[in-house]
Design a binder for this molecule. Structure first.
Ligand SMILES: *Cc1c(COP(=O)(O)O)cnc(C)c1O
Length: 427
């Protein structure tokens, strides 16, 4: 599949049925797998033979879909997780341990921020947050001797900042650590971080990849490029024998291409669970088959809505990297030449009260905390998710009371604009 275009990989990647086999990927709805002898199964446990023994670690349906994701992102191996949160945790915890330090962009999803800042801190893992606009010197200054990984989001949810992936990768590599990029919002259709130097890519497949608001899920894709053995002192988990797994040294036995995902499967999935169910993997694949068609429409609608909002007198500010007025426009032209995604955020004039009135007047756009599926939805943090915060606190957190996040779905853009116009016109 590797020579085909991304559109073709979306439809046919990952699974090539043989003569007389099912055209659609089979859902292997089985927790266990049967073997003729104990030796057969022992070889699987020893990672000497390929195959399946228990769905907590791996399942054929998941692996078809993971193989498609590896093709889409240009990686060598991939795995599915039960959620985007699990994907980011596994990607980071596969290389960090108590005493490690992470350098992360401050402009990331709230759930990931909490994961790193609060939960991983309890495991003895420190973090330094850096601005996505930091200079090379500022990025370098955040590193310590115990830094094991750098992290950022291609397009941040919900701030919509765009990451300078090439710069982050350069700095990470100069310090001998890999760059992990959460590529949820653009999807590999609009950006492939590995081509810009990222080493590991993560996804909340719950968003555009599923695309229909059906199944929570996540994924990790390894570029196969990071040379763990060249930094063996930093990564004992990959470069020294795993006593909990028959003394295997992952980086030695599976090489650069396979070590990361094999360890995350054999060790983290075994001990922490969090695999995606085969049924969810099947839904995910259905979404992937039309991802390239849908992303183009999400971008078309996002761009049209952003341009309309920018022209409306009741709108104070619009954040969308496809707008020339956006501070991330130039960065987006480089990394997202086909556009970013369908999520736009904007500030209505008149603060909390105006935002509340505006939200009530919307007819087509539903009020939801979700983003990135076929149906357009809106959220005003000040009157919903962040309602306990005062206007001053909101301002300080960079969330003005009048801020609305809108995820443009696949409806007709003229209807979306009409809905916004009638709600803004009454303010
Ligand atoms: C939603 C989201 C997550 C978390 O994913 P879940 O599937 O909800 O666990 C992580 N990163 C980004 C960028 C997201 O948008």
């Amino acid at each position: 599949m590797s020579d085909y275009k991304i559109n073709t990989k979306c439809v046919q990647g990952g699974y090539a049925p043989g003569n007389g086999e099912p055209r659609q990927i089979p859902i292997v709805q089985s927790t266990t797998f049967k073997y003729a002898t104990s030796e057969d199964m022992g070889a699987l446990f020893d990672l000497e033979a390929e195959g399946y023994f228990y769905t907590r670690l791996a399942n054929p349906t998941n692996d078809y879909v993971a193989a498609k994701l590896a093709e889409l992102e240009g990686g060598t191996a991939a795995m599915l997780t039960s959620s985007g949160q699990a994907a980011n945790f596994f990607a980071l915890f596969n290389i960090c341990e108590c005493g490690s330090h992470i350098v992360a962009s401050s402009s990331i999803y709230g759930g990931t921020f909490n994961l790193i800042y609060a939960t991983m801190a309890k495991m003895g893992i420190d973090v330094t947050f850096v601005s996505p606009e930091a200079t090379e010197e500022e990025l370098n200054a955040a590193f310590r001797d115990n830094t094991k990984v750098m992290f950022g989001e291609t397009i941040a949810n919900p701030a919509l900042t765009v990451l300078d992936i090439e710069l982050f990768a350069k700095v990470a590599h100069e310090h001998g650590v890999p760059l992990v990029v959460d590529n949820t919002f653009p999807t590999p259709v609009n950006c492939r971080p590995i081509e810009w130097g990222a080493d590991i890519v993560t996804h909340s497949t719950t968003k555009y990849m599923d695309g229909h608001g059906v199944a929570v899920g996540g994924a990790i894709i390894d570029s196969g490029k990071f040379d763990w053995m060249a930094h063996a002192d930093k990564y004992p988990g990959l470069c020294t024998p795993d006593e909990s797994y028959h003394g295997i040294t992952y980086a030695e036995k599976f090489g650069k291409e396979g070590a990361f995902i094999t360890k995350a499967t054999a060790q983290l999935m075994r001990d922490l669970g969090s695999i995606q169910s085969p049924q969810h993997a099947f839904y995910l694949n259905m979404g992937l088959e039309s991802l390239h068609v849908r992303m183009a429409r999400h971008v078309e609608n996002g761009q049209a809505v952003a341009e309309f909002l920018e022209s409306h007198p009741m709108v104070e500010k619009v954040n969308y990297s496809g707008l020339k007025s956006d501070p991330y426009y130039e960065t987006a032209q480089k990394y997202l030449p086909k556009g970013g995604c369908g999520v736009v955020s904007f500030v209505v004039k008149g603060g909390r009260q105006a935002a509340e009135k505006f939200m009530k007047a919307l007819k087509l756009a539903a009020i939801e905390t979700h983003v990135a599926d076929a149906r357009t939805c809106c959220l005003n943090p000040a009157t919903s998710t962040h309602r306990q915060m005062s206007d001053a606190q909101l301002e300080e957190a960079g969330i003005p009371a009048g801020l609305v996040r809108m995820s443009c779905g696949l409806e007709d853009k003229e209807d979306l604009i009409y809905d916004l116009k009638q709600a803004l016109d009454i303010l």
